[in-house]
Design a protein around this ligand. Structure first.
Ligand SMILES: *Cc1c(COP(=O)(O)O)cnc(C)c1O
Length: 381
């Protein structure tokens, strides 16, 4: 194949949906060095780096306690367990979320009671949540989806009125703010995921629970390690759900960059909001008053997202869909007994959503390439 024909076939510019390489550049060397020392020291679980990261991340969130865990799902599930939520209890959950939010509830034996999203922020509709409260309701589980916090002032009011616990699913919202409160400090406890693609990502699976409640911290600390309060003293039946030392090392080296990385995400999101504002065929992500999202995802809505994705792919631009199937209509959750039409806003988001490329290190030029390609697609009708 000649160079010319390659040039014809290859897109002029490539914008991946997501690329971690540039954010790893400054941290890779120091991480490898510390992992080399860990191999010598051998404390692969419960190494001193785990406690060090917990202290750093609690401080970063402005929370009192942090328990390092193996995943975001573990953080949600162990928190519910530690709150004493189980069989016969109901937990109010938004219908517009990732499956893990529901899994946490069902896996402690409780029932997720779904409510629709609001168009104001695509998160929990608190009025709908109030209507869903029953005498069995024990907790509210708002999700800060796509990096924007739910309306936690209203969530708190509702929780206080009915004496409910509030667990934040902050797995997509490291550093997000709303009404001057940071994700992780607006509820009784908050679950974070450090899955590699999250705003703060490990080199594998990891998570954390953040809380101001000392007792909750102690219980989850025991639950993550077979229910042990002290070595071989089992108060509870627990799990293997520790944060690995190696992941704590990675996270400690990356945490100092997280504010800057979130700022870079905000810059790209700002370019999209500006550059796409006049296109009628797409709906830009809503930002509620007083809300400062960290743009885990930039989700636009359009009538035919698959067709737009194909056009963008032909231009060398990657996209994602978060999430194409509403959780309440998926085979895993048929036991909840929902039908199409139950949550119209969540269902509309599912059928119309398209996530644009967005990652720290993405250039202004790349954002302009995406904007140009969308303009081209929408203008051809
Ligand atoms: C990623 C995510 C989780 C689960 O995190 P894992 O670390 O993959 O277990 C839960 N809820 C939401 C909204 C997420 O995005």
């Amino acid at each position: 194949m000649t160079r010319d024909s390659e040039r014809i076939l290859a897109p002029a510019a490539t914008v991946p949906f997501f690329d971690l390489r540039s954010s790893h550049e400054p941290v890779a060397g120091p991480i490898l060095e510390e992992i080399a020392s860990l191999i010598q020291a051998g404390a692969f679980t419960n190494g001193p780096q785990v406690a060090a990261f917990e202290l750093e991340f609690a401080g970063w969130c402005g929370a009192e306690h942090c328990v390092g865990l193996a995943s975001g799902l573990d953080a949600l599930r162990l928190a519910l367990f530690a709150l004493g939520i189980g069989a016969g209890d109901e937990v109010v959950v938004p219908a517009n979320t990732f499956a893990a939010t529901l899994e946490a509830v069902t896996q402690v034996g409780a029932t997720p009671v779904l409510v629709d999203a609001t168009e104001a922020d695509y998160n929990l509709d608190v009025d709908a949540a109030e209507a869903a409260v029953t005498p069995r309701t024990r907790a509210l589980l708002p999700v800060h989806l796509y990096g924007q916090m739910a309306d936690m002032q209203s969530v708190r009011r509702l929780a206080d009125k009915h004496d409910l616990a509030v667990l934040e699913d902050a797995c997509q919202a490291h550093g997000a703010m709303r009404d001057d409160v940071q994700a992780g400090t607006a509820g009784d406890a908050a679950a974070f995921s450090f899955y590699p693609a999250k705003n703060l990502g490990a080199f594998g699976d990891a998570g954390a629970l953040v809380t101001k409640d000392h007792e909750l911290d102690e219980t989850v600390r025991a639950l993550r390690e077979h229910g042990q309060r002290a070595k071989y003293l089992h108060d509870l039946q627990g799990y293997t759900a520790r944060l690995d030392t190696i992941q704590a090392i990675v996270l400690s080296h990356k945490l100092p960059y997280l504010r800057d990385w979130n700022e870079e995400r905000r810059t790209i999101a700002g370019l999209y909001l500006e550059g796409l504002s006049d296109i009628e065929e797409i709906r830009l992500p809503p930002v509620a008053a007083g809300s400062e999202p960290v743009w885990h995802l930039f989700v636009i809505r359009t009538r035919n997202p698959e067709s737009m994705a194909t056009h963008l792919r032909e231009q060398g631009i990657g996209t994602g869909r978060h999430y194409p199937y509403p959780v309440h209509l998926m085979p895993a959750f048929t036991s909840l007994g929902h039908h199409a039409g139950d949550f119209p806003i969540a269902e509309a988001i599912a059928s119309e959503c398209l996530s644009l490329p967005l990652f720290p290190g993405m250039t202004q030029g790349q954002a302009e390439t995406v904007i140009e390609a969308i303009r081209q697609y929408t203008s051809r009708g």
